[in-house]
Write a protein that binds this ligand. Structure first.
Ligand code: NAP
Length: 437
C-alpha cells in the first residue's frame, strides 16, 4: 500500500521528514503544502542574510524536490484553502512542520509602543518575508535595545551595525539595506536576564561580534564570573568558552565607531516613552538556582528601538490540539493524534540548530511508516487527487516546484553585484511574475 502524506510547511523539518520517508523504503506519496509561493521557510526567511553558508542546506532539499520525492503545493494555506479536518480525511498522515513563526511577548508595560518589535517580525522584515516587508522600523535612532542573549539576538544586533558593503553582498532586500545603511544607530544594548554563563548564544556566533567592520563588542569585566563551577560539571564546557571569549572582548578597546554592549543580569521591566519608545527600564538580577531573581535595583537606558529576541511560538491551526503555555502542538514524540504528527519547532519548541530537525524527521517518518503501513492502519486514503480536486474547486492559485525554479532563476538574475539573489518580497509580485494573478 502507498502511504499518502501531507506535510504542512516547507522548512527544514518538512524536508527532513520527506528525506526520512524517502529513505524508509516504504511506498509514500508526499505532498508539501506551503502558505507562501516559495519554499524553504526558515532557511529563506529566518536564517540571517549574512549567513549565506547556512542556507546551502537548501540545495539538498532542492535535490529531493527535483528528484520527485514530493509534490509542492505553494500559496496554499491550511485554514483558508483547505481545512485541517479535510486534510486528515484525505491523507493517511498529516505532518505539522509549520515551525514557530510568531513572537513570544515580553509581557511588560510599553511593549506595544511604536518601534518595539518581536524578532520574528524584525527578522522577517530584513529577510523580505511578504508578511513583514511593510514593518517600516525607524532606524534613525542612536541606540537600540535587543532583549535576549540567544543567537537571534546576536543576528539582530550584528545586522544593526553592519556596513553597507557587508549588507549589500547579502540577499537582503534593497529596502532593508538602505534602512540599515542609513541608520543612525551607534549603540546596541543586548540584555540578558541571567549571567554570561547562562547565555544561549553559541561560540561561532559570538566570535563574529569581534570581527565586525564598524562595531566593537563592549562588556564590563566585572560581570564575568571567574569560573563556571556553579554549573553542573557536564554543562560547563561551552559556557566556559563563551565566558573566556567575552573576557577577551572586555580586554580590547572599543575603538570602532559603533558598539554592541553586552549587559547581563538585566531583566526588562518597562518600555517607556510616549506613543513611541524612548527607553527601557531594566532590573538588575542575580542568578539563584539557575533563575534570574530581581534585586530591586533599576536602571533606565535611552533607546529609540527595541527588538525582543526571546523565543517563538507555533501558529494555532483549528483541528490540532495546541499547548498554549508552550506555544506548540501537544504531542508525544511527534504524535499529536491518530494520523496527525508534528516535527521540528512545532513539536519541541524553538531550539537547536537546523540539523536537529533531521532527528525529528527520522523519528516522525518512522512513526508514519509504522502507524500507516500495517494492515489495519488508518489508510489508504485518496491523498493527492482529493487535495487537487478541493483546490481546483476553490479556485486556489497554486504554485508548483517548477514555478519555484522560475522564481529562483529570476531572483538570481536580479541580484545586486556580489549578492546571491534579489528576493521577491510580495506574494502578488511572485504570482504576477508567474502570470497567475
Ligand atoms: P534562545 O536561544 O532560546 O534565546 C532566547 C533568549 O531570550 C535567552 O537568552 C532567554 O533567556 C531570553 N529570554 C526569554 N524570555 C525572556 C524574557 N521574558 N525576558 C528576558 N529575556 C528572555 O532563542 P533564539 O535566539 O530565538 O533562537 C532560537 C533557536 O534558533 C536557538 O536554538 C538558536 O540557537 C537557533 N538559532 C541559531 C542560529 C545560528 O546557528 N547561527 C541563528 C539563529 C537562531 P533565558 O535563557 O534566561 O530564558
Amino acid at each position: 500500500m502507498t502511504i499518502s502524506v501531507a506535510i504542512i510547511g516547507s522548512g527544514p523539518s518538512a524536508f527532513y521528514t520527506v528525506d526520512a520517508l524517502a529513505k524508509s523504503g516504504a511506498a509514500c506519496q508526499i505532498d508539501m503544502i506551503e502558505r507562501l509561493p516559495a519554499p524553504f521557510g526558515l532557511i529563506r526567511y529566518g536564517v540571517a542574510p549574512d549567513h549565506e553558508s547556512t542556507r546551502k542546506v537548501a540545495r539538498n532539499f532542492d535535490k529531493l524536490a527535483r528528484g520527485g520525492a514530493l509534490k509542492f503545493f505553494g500559496n496554499v494555506e491550511v485554514g483558508r484553502d483547505v481545512s485541517m479536518d479535510d486534510l486528515r480525511g484525505m491523507y493517511d498522515a498529516v505532518v505539522l512542520a509549520v515551525g514557530a513563526p510568531h513572537d513570544r511577548k515580553l509581557g511588560i508595560s510599553g511593549q506595544d509602543k511604536k518601534n518595539v518589535f518581536g524578532s520574528a517580525d524584525f527578522v522577517g522584515w530584513y529577510n523580505g518575508h511578504p508578511d513583514f516587508r511593510d514593518l517600516n522600523p525607524d532606524l534613525k535612532v542612536k541606540a537600540a535595545a535587543v532583549v535576549g542573549v540567544g543567537n537571534v539576538a546576536l543576528d539582530v544586533a550584528r545586522l544593526l551595525v553592519r556596513s553597507r558593503e557587508e549588507l549589500s553582498e547579502t540577499d537582503m532586500p534593497d529596502y532593508a539595506v538602505e534602512a540599515f545603511a542609513n541608520s543612525s544607530v551607534t549603540d546596541v544594548y543586548l540584555f540578558g536576564r541571567r549571567g554570561p554563563a547562562e547565555a544561549a548564544f553559541t561560540m561561532g556566533e559570538l566570535r563574529e561580534m569581534g570581527e565586525l567592520d564598524l562595531a566593537s563588542p563592549v562588556i564590563d569585566a566585572a560581570q564575568l564570573p571567574a569560573n563556571v563551577d556553579h554549573l553542573p560539571e557536564a554543562e560547563r564546557r561551552v559556557p566556559a568558552k563563551l565566558v573566556e571569549m567575552l573576557r577577551a572582548f572586555s580586554a580590547k578597546p572599543a575603538d570602532k565607531p559603533k558598539r554592541v554592549h553586552f549587559r547581563f543580569y538585566s531583566a526588562p521591566k518597562e518600555i517607556h516613552g510616549g506613543e513611541r519608545v524612548a527607553g527601557i527600564r531594566i532590573e538588575r538580577t542575580k542568578v539563584e538556582g539557575g533563575r534570574a531573581v530581581g534585586t530591586g535595583q533599576f536602571e533606565d537606558i535611552a533607546c529609540g528601538l527595541v527588538v525582543a529576541a526571546i523565543g517563538y511560538r507555533s501558529p494555532k491551526i483549528d483541528g490540532a490540539v495546541f499547548d498554549d503555555g508552550k506555544g506548540l502542538y501537544t504531542n508525544t514524540d511527534g504524535r499529536v493524534a491518530p494520523g496527525l504528527y508534528a516535527v521540528g519547532w512545532a513539536m519541541r519548541g524553538p531550539s537547536g540548530v537546523i540539523g536537529s530537525n533531521k532527528i525529528d524527521g527520522q523519528m516522525v517518518g518512522g512513526h508514519i511508516v509504522k502507524d500507516c503501513a500495517v494492515p489495519g492502519g488508518t489508510g489508504p486514503k485518496p491523498g493527492r487527487s482529493a487535495l487537487e480536486q478541493a483546490l481546483a474547486k476553490r479556485g486556489s492559485k497554486i504554485t508548483n516546484y517548477d514555478d519555484w525554479i522560475a522564481l529562483d532563476a529570476e531572483e538570481v538574475k536580479r541580484a545586486r553585484p556580489k549578492s546571491p539573489r534579489g528576493k521577491f518580497t510580495s506574494v502578488g509580485e511572485m504570482l504576477r511574475f508567474l502570470k497567475k494573478a
